[in-house]
Ligand binder design. Sequence first.
Ligand SMILES: C[S@@+](CC[C@H](N)C(=O)[O-])C[C@H]1O[C@@H](n2cnc3c(N)ncnc32)[C@H](O)[C@@H]1O
Length: 327
Amino acid sequence: MSMEIERPKTSETATEAAKSRPEASHDTSHDAIRAAVRAQYGAIARGASLGCCAPSDASSTSGCCAPSAAMSLALGYDADELAALPEGANLGLGCGNPQAIAALREGEVVLDLGAGGGIDCFLAAKQVGARGRVIGVDMTPDMVSKARENARRVGVENVDFRLGEIEHLPVADASVDVILSNCVVNLSPDKKAVFEEAFRVLAPGGRLAISDVVKLKALPEALENDLLALTGCVAGAASVETLRALLRVAGFEDVRVTVNETSRAFIRQWLPGSGVEDFVASATIEAQKPGATRERATTSRETSSSTTAAAARACCGPSCCATEPKA
Ligand SMILES: C[S@@+](CC[C@H](N)C(=O)[O-])C[C@H]1O[C@@H](n2cnc3c(N)ncnc32)[C@H](O)[C@@H]1O
């Protein structure tokens, strides 16, 4: 049985987007959505749930599995990098590899929106080195605790996990060089606030490098109103046009939203038989805050073409629907 939710209307144009606040970020329906998302990812962090490829019909109980190495490689991650991660950092919840488009440099300050178990933070920490710093923000207390414990176990010192909402970032103005995010913005009920906050905390010349799920066309009502499809990174996705408009309204330039046309293969597995792959896809979202980049970084990281090509084949969310129903 589907769980109905009261969803704030999503604006489809810049004008509508501009009208949708300021009260929106304090909308109680937004808090209800965040509470549902928090409950889902809290359960995942505690190991009480394996993932979020949600069945639209709970009676089908199609299950998710633990992240497989093959799936993470398909998302564009490097095998050696994955092997060096603290155990539990990779929960298989991404839909791409934002670092493949971020071109991180030594000394940069990186912010990861919705850091989960910390996978992208730990990888970024290596790229920016001891002179750089990584901040991971997540609103789910159990997820933040898990990420901090992961950091403690491997002794990473340049990563700081903070509890907070990406619509109200616990980060100072103009203090960040690069914002990463992997399969999180779709979960936000107030994407306008997310991009405004991203703009606020980025230094002039700072950039966004995001992997996320985008809406290709209107979802059927059953999926649109399904709480599990929302927490499973499907029902909250915005269209490419809406994302571009929101980013421009927030002040970003060089906005690029690129749909990964080959993502159908894995998105189909999130809700088998629902046809979800016709309605959403994974995409990369890139943009820049106007201004000259500060002279913080020194060494460029080479982004290998193989990594980029693999990311282009890649995937999101739970990334892991089992084909067999769960008992
Ligand atoms: C699909 S998981 C992705 C986790 C991580 N980025 C990864 O790739 O493994 C989404 C994460 O974003 C967090 N999240 C969702 N909405 C959020 C919001 N509005 N503010 C802060 N964190 C949020 C959840 O708690 C969860 O840990």
